[in-house]
Design a protein around this ligand. Sequence first.
Ligand code: 3PG
Length: 250
Amino acid sequence: MVNQNKTIDSVQSRAIESSAQGKASESSALSLTREQDLPAVFKRMVARGPVVPVIVIKDIEQAIPLAEALAEAGLTVLEITLRTACALDAISSLRTRFPELLIGAGTLRQISQVSAVVDAGAQFAVSPGYDPDLGETCRKHSLDLLPGIASASELMRANRDGFYFVKLFPAEAIGGMRLIQSLASPFAETIFCPTGGIDVSKAKDYLAMSNVACIGGSWMIPATALAKEDWLLIRDLASQAQALERAFTA
Ligand code: 3PG
């Protein structure tokens, strides 16, 4: 499988088309084309809802009940961050227990992590920044990557390597919606998954932007609720997240 496979020619011709069509028709025409260009796993991610929960599992015993609470609320795409000793075990056990969920590995930073993530059964990966070598290694392992970018330069490099669906990270700290608005015109063919510092009220504003396909965040899993294993609260917050509306259309 080729990751985020598109040619520069198709990108350029769409950019030219979009400027010729003008702003009103631009958003729906572009979003349709963009979505079609996503790797299959990201099409499924976007189709399942507007929010991807970013999860830090410290206690492996919490992986299943947490995933259950999120899935009951409709959040069926989970990013399990590689920040804890049990992260790979969590990915593997969630894949076995809930084959219908889409389980990705987050915080992918090192080339050496790629094969471990694939072996654990992760269906996609998310990195906080963009590293061309990491992108290439994921491609070699047929692991679809949602790479993080924080600037125009990083986005240019990611685009050059074929990544047009990117995580804007850490979104709130680097300009958030204003940054996405500023990048929208020069990077008309890129779609974003902003992540970092977003809560439910900010989520609404991000999702009002037509080049934001989904957002990532951990607000629906408050640390205090996780400590108390308050699955009902987590399920309610997750339901609110799943119910958010978005402007992006496939
Ligand atoms: C992360 O990778 O930590 C995500 O950006 C989650 O950010 P948040 O906890 O601020 O939602």
